[in-house]
Structures are given as C-alpha cells and as structure tokens.
Design a binder for this molecule. Structure first.
Ligand SMILES: [Cu+2]
Length: 376
C-alpha cells in the first residue's frame, strides 16, 4: 500500500511541478517556432506515457499485493496485448520523430535570399566574417592563420579583399532578414548556440557546417558554446545584437575589411603582442574571475578597464595604467579594489614572466581601445 501511494504521489507531483515550475523556454526571437513545437510534442508524448505507466504501476502494486494463499497466473505469451503495445509504441515514436525530420529539412535548407555570415570558433572566443560588397566569402585555410591574419584568409583570393572581419565577441545582425550561418573551427569541436533563436550547430575542425535562421525580435542575445571544448569553455561567450536594418548597415560599414586590415588602415584587430597577452590571461585562469563583457564574476570586469578611475578600498582612487596593472598582478593586496575580497593570488615572475606581463597589459589596453573605437 505504501509503495502504491508513493508512486501515486510521484506521478501527481511530477505533473503539478511541470505546470507550476518557473523553468521554461526563454521568449523565442527567431523563426524556429517549429523546433519548440517538436520539443513540446516530445514532452507531451513522454508525459502521457510517464503518467500512464506510473498509474498502472501504482494500481498493480495495490491490486496484486501479497495475499495468503493467492497464486500468480503464468502467462508468458499474449499476442493481442503485445500487438497493441507495439502499435501504440510505434505511434508514439513516429509522433516524436517525424516532426523533427520536417523541421530539420527546413533547418538545413536556407531560403534563396539568405545572406551569409561566417562564425569562426576557437578556444575560447568567437569571431565573425561577412562577405562584403561582392557577396562572396573569400577562401580561407588554417595554415594561413598568423597573428596578422587571424581568420586564415587566402592572400591570393581577390574575393576575400572586401570581406568584413569582426574580431570581437560581439556581432550585429538585422531583424527579419534570413541568414545562413557558416561555422568553422580553428582547433577543437565547438557548438554555436543562441537559446532565444532555438538554433545550434557544431563547429567541426576541417569542415564547414551551417544552418539558417531569421531573427524576429530586436535585442541583445547571448551566444554560448554548447560543446565542452577545454578548460576555458565556460568563458566562450559572445553576443548577437539584433537591430534595425539602418543600424546594422552603419555598424557593418564601421568594421574593417580584410584589405583594410592588411593595409593597417583601420587597425581594429589586436596586435600580436595583445593576442599573446590574451593567451597569457587564458593560460593563467584570469577569466575565471575577470570578464571582458562587463559582467562581474569574482573580480572586477576588464571591460573598459584601461584609463578608468578605480575606487580603492582605502577610500582613494587610481587611474588604471601600466604600472597599476603590473602591481595588481604581482601584488594584488597592495591596492584593493573597493567592494572586492582579497582573493586574487600574487603572480610572481616565475608564474608570469615580465615579458608575458607586458603582453597582458597590452591586451588590456587594446581591449579597451578597440571597444571604444567600435562603439559609435
Ligand atoms: Cu567552445
């Protein structure tokens, strides 16, 4: 009896929890309502089966409980019951899988007027490339990747000259325009995922994968890497800003093309030194406590850090410059930032060499400068 009541409570409790729980999908911001529908169908099929099986078990444990002198029937075969269960199961499985096939067919067949954007993934950041005026993405190869060619552009392909290169973690796209997203990885498996778009796809080294979507709501949406890709996986975030067409055009025009980047006309990408500095920060786990996007993790964000006035715990304040950054790393306790606990360890020269520290400072400076240069 107790077991039957427990099973009953489990079933009823699960159903109530499903309907009152605050955890549900975020508001959708793309055309992929069909993906929500397939998920809901799966929820309903599994939910109905769960309730039916749970109630049947509760009933059976009560109805067929042990009684003195009662004997069980032996009935190993029951063709009618087996046929019935097979048919019902088959219908359930088809109901769950068939809609997914239809949506998938749509997902990998972009409309003819879809614009292209390339998403380049690497440990642990996102970058983006637009085809430029000719509408054609230039060819690329990993073996071309160097500090002054972070996208691995083919230097001999004229189609790449006008490609627009967005090196930061932030990209803009116009609302209500279909986009075909081409995915590339420079190192390991990553997965581009924006929950509000209901869309995700693996980025696989050595091949180009794709899907398409049409943003339907303006807003700032977070990009996550949905594939465990190394120790910095959790820091691999980015943002897609969905804006009006005019805002998008203005933003895109302000980004450097490959030709400009080569000529150093708009040096909006990080210098080689700064890129090394970022690697030093990644290798030493700084991003476990410091963000680049303004969010507060454990320590203060590095967004806009360079040149900013930092309020210190002793009531004074200091302008962030090279010497303050060096001191913050070598002796973090010397000047504590107001409102933060002294949890950062001191990194001496054996952990981070003077050269690496200079590179780190260059990264912090350029990160602030690039952000200022790219916000109109
Ligand atoms: Cu990743």
């Amino acid at each position: 009896m107790a077991v039957a009541i427990f099973l009953l409570i489990l079933v009823v409790g699960s159903v109530i929890f499903t309907f009152v729980s605050p955890w549900w999908f975020t508001d959708i911001a793309s055309n992929w309502g069909g993906i929500d529908t397939t998920v809901l169908i799966t929820f309903w099929v599994c939910g109905v089966v769960f309730v039916a099986v749970g109630l049947f078990m509760a009933y059976s444990t009560w109805k067929f409980r042990h009684r003195e002198g009662a004997r069980a029937d032996y009935e190993p075969e029951n063709p009618r019951l087996e046929l019935g269960l097979t048919i019902v199961t088959a219908i359930g499985v088809v109901a769950m899988l068939a809609p997914g096939l239809l949506v998938w067919d749509d997902y990998v067949n972009p409309p003819a007027d879809a614009q292209e954007i390339e998403v380049l993934s690497q440990q642990w950041r996102w970058s983006f490339r637009f085809p430029g005026e000719d509408g054609v993405l230039g060819t690329v190869h990993v073996k071309n990747i160097r500090s002054d060619n972070p996208f691995g552009m083919n230097p001999n392909d004229p189609a790449g000259e006008d490609d627009v290169l967005v090196a930061g973690n932030r990209v803009q796209l116009p609302v209500n325009r279909p986009y075909k997203v081409l995915l590339r990885s420079n190192d390991v498996l990553h997965d581009f995922f924006v929950p509000e778009f209901r869309a995700k796809m693996d980025a696989v080294p050595g091949m180009i994968t794709y899907f398409w979507f049409e943003p339907t709501k303006e807003g700032d949406y977070e990009i996550l890497c949905a594939e465990l890709c190394g120790k910095g996986h959790y820091t691999m975030r980015g943002f897609v800003d969905i804006v009006g067409q005019e805002d998008f055009d203005a933003w895109l025009a302000a980004q450097p093309t490959w030709a400009q980047m080569k000529a150093g006309v708009t040096p909006k990408a990080y210098s080689a030194l700064a890129r090394r500095g970022r690697e030093v920060a990644e290798a030493n786990g700084c991003f476990a406590c410091h963000s680049l996007d303004g969010s507060q993790v454990v320590g203060p964000t590095w967004q806009g850090l360079w040149g900013a006035e930092t309020a210190l715990a002793d009531g004074s304040s200091i302008t962030v410059d090279e010497s303050y950054v060096l001191e913050s790393v070598r002796a973090p306790a010397a000047k504590l930032v107001e409102g933060f606990a002294p949890v950062m360890i001191a990194y001496d020269a054996e952990i981070i060499s003077d050269d690496d520290l200079a590179a780190l400072a260059a990264f912090l400076r350029e990160d602030t400068e690039l952000a200022e240069a790219s916000t109109p």
